[in-house]
Design a protein around this ligand. Structure first.
Ligand code: HEC
Ligand code: HEC
Ligand code: HEC
Ligand code: HEC
Length: 465
């Protein structure tokens, strides 16, 4: 493992190479002296861990905002610039100043959305006053620290480069590398949790629905499937892989599905969302059990609404990778959840609790499983076959099917598993499928069908060889 530290203070350029903790090039004294001279680093008081420094602190030109990456650097160092230009998170506060945001806030009695704790919880990194350093600025949106953790505790060791990733994590850097931890982080905003939630009334006022799939969303944006480099602000090169495991693909997909299903059930069992009068919180149900379109136009007459189950169905494919018995139990748990809204809210809660328990066991099995590329191709074959047999046809399941294919094909391509012509065909089929969801009002079933059929054939050809 090689860690490289650099700085450019008082016009002086230095590189210190650490190998197994031994400084090879320059002396430690020089490194710390130079860091002391960088104003920002000197601010990194380790005495108050858990304080938020703000994105500009990470975006110093000597740090994550270098115009030209430092030679031999372990990371690209342009992360700040990438985030600012490409990552929708950097514009998430600005979104709250839009006309649409003001409309949503007005209809849900939130007042000014840029002042509403409810909106800011997901559209910015909201931290209590005593946790804010002077450089903290809420208008920066979903910042580096919103994902990597408040920096005051680890900025010192981090910029000194004297420790490795695990040491940063020990000092409070959030372990984004770990799929379970990453899922928890992203889902807190992309599904919601006890504190943050997009309700049906917010959606009725115009807030978009929140589709998510951990693997795919970690790479690039759904809105821009053609750009496979997407918003991603880190580079997975040989150096990355020496330090960290492959951060996408079948493992992240599988753990992400189970975590997402669990996060939705957490909301279902949260007493805050239990029915008031006759009506439970409608955002927890499949939109299309009451609406013709996923956006909410064309409400049907009275039907038995279904609790959102797309991630549960896909968790069954995840479970199949590790344990057929758990997969079968999950399937029977899902059936009882499906029937429960017709019985009582108590029955919904009961089946949700049983499901959460099963999902917990699947999660543990997935975490310790040693994933192989066959797990990827076998899962792709199972999903596409199930789709062709008509099992996954609802809007949300079709969307998850396409996102799963997006994640899994991406991994096969990047690890150069498929032959060149098969990879090209698979990528093009995947992109076609993703485009079928460009418009949430109507999605093209025929396009999704052709994507699934093509991928099934490509995988069959690949495994026949
Ligand atoms: C603090 C809340 C928060 C966290 C944590 C968070 N996000 Fe987001 N994310 C948002 C918001 C808000 C938006 C919408 C930004 C906008 O357009 O205003 C968004 C947008 C996105 C988009 C673009 C979606 C599209 O349709 O183009 C992707 C991709 C994404 N997030 C991935 C992730 C991933 C992956 C993680 C975890 C590593 C994550 N997010 C963590 C709040 C969050
Ligand atoms: C649980 C987290 C969460 C909460 C709470 C939340 N949002 Fe969002 N919001 C998101 C995410 C995630 C997206 C991006 C969805 C996507 O495209 O995948 C988003 C998207 C939006 C968009 C659309 C942006 C665009 O580019 O079209 C607007 C407008 C918006 N939110 C306004 C608000 C307002 C106003 C509030 C408060 C009343 C609010 N949001 C509360 C998570 C949240
Ligand atoms: C929406 C969440 C999110 C935001 C915002 C975010 N990151 Fe990341 N970052 C991740 C994830 C996920 C990874 C990949 C997993 C990993 O390597 O830990 C990552 C990886 C990285 C890496 C690791 C590269 C490597 O080679 O090890 C660096 C450096 C980094 N981010 C810096 C930043 C900086 C600087 C900012 C702000 C300008 C930022 N990130 C904003 C989620 C985020
Ligand atoms: C149990 C049935 C039910 C479910 C499930 C449901 N809705 Fe609704 N929705 C309604 C009804 C009834 C209305 C009209 C009354 C109102 O505005 O609350 C409505 C109104 C809306 C509107 C406003 C439509 C307009 O023309 O003004 C939108 C948008 C919407 N829903 C989106 C969604 C989304 C997105 C989901 C899934 C997360 C969803 N709904 C789930 C019953 C439902």
């Amino acid at each position: 493992m090689i860690v490289v530290v650099h700085g450019l203070c008082l016009g002086q350029h230095f590189n210190a190479y650490l190998h197994g903790g031994i400084v090879i090039k320059y002396g430690l004294a020089f490194v710390s002296a130079a860091l002391f001279l960088c104003g920002v680093h000197a601010h990194a008081k380790e005495a108050v861990p858990g304080n938020t420094m703000g994105a500009t602190t990470c975006g110093q030109s000597t740090c994550h905002s270098a115009n030209i990456p430092w030679p031999n650097s372990a990371v690209a160092q342009n992360e700040f610039t990438q985030w600012q230009i490409k990552d929708p998170h950097s514009g998430s506060y600005k979104t709250l100043t839009s006309k649409k945001a003001r409309r949503i806030a007005r209809f849900t009695s939130q007042g000014d959305p840029t002042q509403s704790a409810k909106c800011l919880g997901c559209h910015a990194f909201q931290v209590p006053k005593i946790r804010q350093e002077q450089s903290y600025d809420i208008t920066e949106g979903v910042t580096c620290e919103a994902c990597h953790g408040p920096a005051s505790g680890w900025l010192g060791v981090h910029t000194a480069g004297l420790y490795f990733y695990s040491k940063n994590v020990e000092k409070g850097m959030y372990p984004t590398t770990d799929p379970t931890a990453r899922a928890k982080l992203c889902l807190s905003c992309h599904v919601g949790d006890g504190d943050k939630f997009v309700s049906h009334s917010m959606m009725a006022a115009g807030h978009p629905v929140l589709p998510f799939e951990l693997g795919f969303y970690s790479w690039f944006t759904k809105s821009n499937p053609g750009d496979r480099a997407g918003y991603v602000h880190f580079k997975v090169d040989d150096d990355y892989l020496q330090r960290k495991p492959w951060p996408f693909g079948v493992k992240v997909w599988a753990i992400g599905q189970v975590a997402q299903a669990k996060a939705i059930l957490e909301l279902v069992t949260d007493p805050k969302n239990s029915p008031r009068g006759l009506f439970p919180e409608l955002a927890l149900f499949e939109c299309q059990s009451c609406h013709q379109s996923a956006k909410g136009s064309g409400a049907y007459g009275p039907t038995l609404p279904k609790i959102k189950a797309a991630n549960l169905l896909f968790s069954e494919f995840a479970a199949k990778i590790v344990d057929d018995r758990l997969a079968a139990r999950l399937r029977s748990n899902i059936r009882s959840l499906r029937a429960s809204p017709g019985i009582s809210w108590g029955a919904v809660i009961g089946s949700s609790r049983r499901l959460k328990k099963t999902l917990g066991e699947i999660e543990i099995a997935l975490e310790s499983h040693n994933f192989t590329i066959d797990d990827n191709t076998e899962t792709l074959a199972r999903i596409t076959k199930a789709y062709m047999r008509g099992r996954l046809h609802g809007y949300e399941s079709s969307e998850q099917a396409v996102l799963a294919v997006g994640s899994l094909v991406d991994e096969l391509d990047r690890l150069e598993t498929l032959s060149v012509p098969l990879a090209a065909e698979a990528i093009s089929a995947t992109q076609r499928g993703l485009m079928a969801f460009k418009n949430q009002d109507v999605y093209s079933r025929t396009t999704v069908h052709s994507t699934m059929r093509d991928i099934a054939q490509i995988i069959a050809q690949h495994t026949a060889k």
